[in-house]
Design a protein around this ligand. Structure first.
Ligand SMILES: [Zn+2]
Length: 326
């Protein structure tokens, strides 16, 4: 709240904007080796997010301990998503049984440490190559027939947790039809489970409409679908994924067609910032939250409360109170 007031004072032009002032959950963010537990905890406490579902990047052998430390430092403002991509999950030459064993190991550790985890972090199905100072990476392009992906999904489903998937329908445009139809099959085969697509899956609007109409258990996570991502792609052309979609217009308002789609399908969108790099946590975090709080206020009241809190509360069984006004 403090940050929000400061922001309002600093930006008189925005001060007339309406703001969603209810409970806000960031349903997927990540902490990696470039930021300390203390730094990230300070950001979680000082920014205007009530609860952050957090996964850990980097070394698998210290992940559980890192989460425990952050949970304590933030005074329980986080809940744990067990990492799925450590131990080389996103490296295609890595042995399937080894990467699956890492996920199980991390789950055992969480259980042994009495962490009441609420789910698993994103499962990377497709990921474009990176040629960036922070990440050199050859990319991976699997699908829902791949053994590695099926085994990872099985672990999540056997725990009765929602399955968070990272697919890149734009960056792997040539496979987008295949991925969409496999996704729909998967959702229909598991009608009582929820499937959440990170970063809006880089989906085209018409495909999103189609997916929402044809299924009832595939939902969209709103991360990295904004002007900030667009500016970043312009600054670093070709260095990482170029397929991110943008839900906003140039004034940081939700585009009308997406706004209407959200109002029409309020159960199908889940808010997340997905901070990954140190820069996400340390620069512009409060601004992005402000932009989302403003965007949420442009939605129907009930839709805003569901997207900001109610849906995450439902799908991850968070057992928190979602308040229209805090
Ligand atoms: Zn992702």
């Amino acid at each position: 709240m403090k940050t929000l007031i400061v922001l309002l004072l600093l930006t008189p032009a925005l001060s007339i904007a309406k703001i969603y002032n209810g409970t806000l959950v960031d349903a997927h963010s990540q902490v990696g080796p470039l930021i300390s537990n203390e730094q990230v905890s300070k950001q979680i406490i000082n920014n205007d997010v009530d609860l952050t579902l957090l996964s850990i990047r980097g070394k698998w052998d210290s992940a559980t301990q890192r989460y425990l430390s952050i949970q304590k430092l933030t005074n329980q403002k986080t809940k744990y998503l067990i990492p799925t991509k450590l131990g080389g999950f996103t490296r295609k030459e890595r042995d399937n049984s080894k990467v699956i064993r890492t996920i199980k190991y991390l789950r055992d550790q969480a259980l042994n440490s009495n962490i009441n985890y609420v789910g698993f972090g994103e499962i990377i199905v497709q990921h474009a190559p990176h040629n960036h100072s922070k990440l050199k990476y050859e990319g991976i392009n699997l699908d829902f027939k791949s053994e590695r992906i099926n085994k990872a999904i099985d672990i999540v489903l056997s725990d009765k947790k929602p399955v968070i998937l990272h697919v890149e329908l734009n960056d792997y445009e040539e496979d987008s039809k295949k991925i969409l139809s496999q996704l729909i099959d998967l959702a229909k085969k598991n009608p009582s489970e929820d499937f959440l697509l990170m970063h809006m899956a880089q989906i085209e609007f018409s495909e999103a409409e189609y997916l929402l109409n044809d299924t009832n258990n595939i939902h969209f996570i709103t991360s990295h679908a904004d002007n900030e991502k667009k500016r970043q792609m312009k600054r670093n052309p070709g260095k990482a994924q170029m397929g991110w979609i943008n839900l906003f217009d140039k004034n940081d308002n939700l585009q009308k067609r997406w706004l209407d789609l959200m109002n029409k399908n309020p159960k199908r969108f889940v808010l997340a910032l997905d901070n990954v790099w140190d820069g996400h946590w340390l620069k512009g975090y409060s601004t992005r939250i402000y932009i989302w709080r403003k965007a949420l206020s442009s939605l129907d009241k009930q839709a805003a409360l569901l997207i900001a809190c109610g849906n995450a509360n439902d799908y991850f069984k968070l057992e928190i109170k979602c308040l229209e006004e805090r």
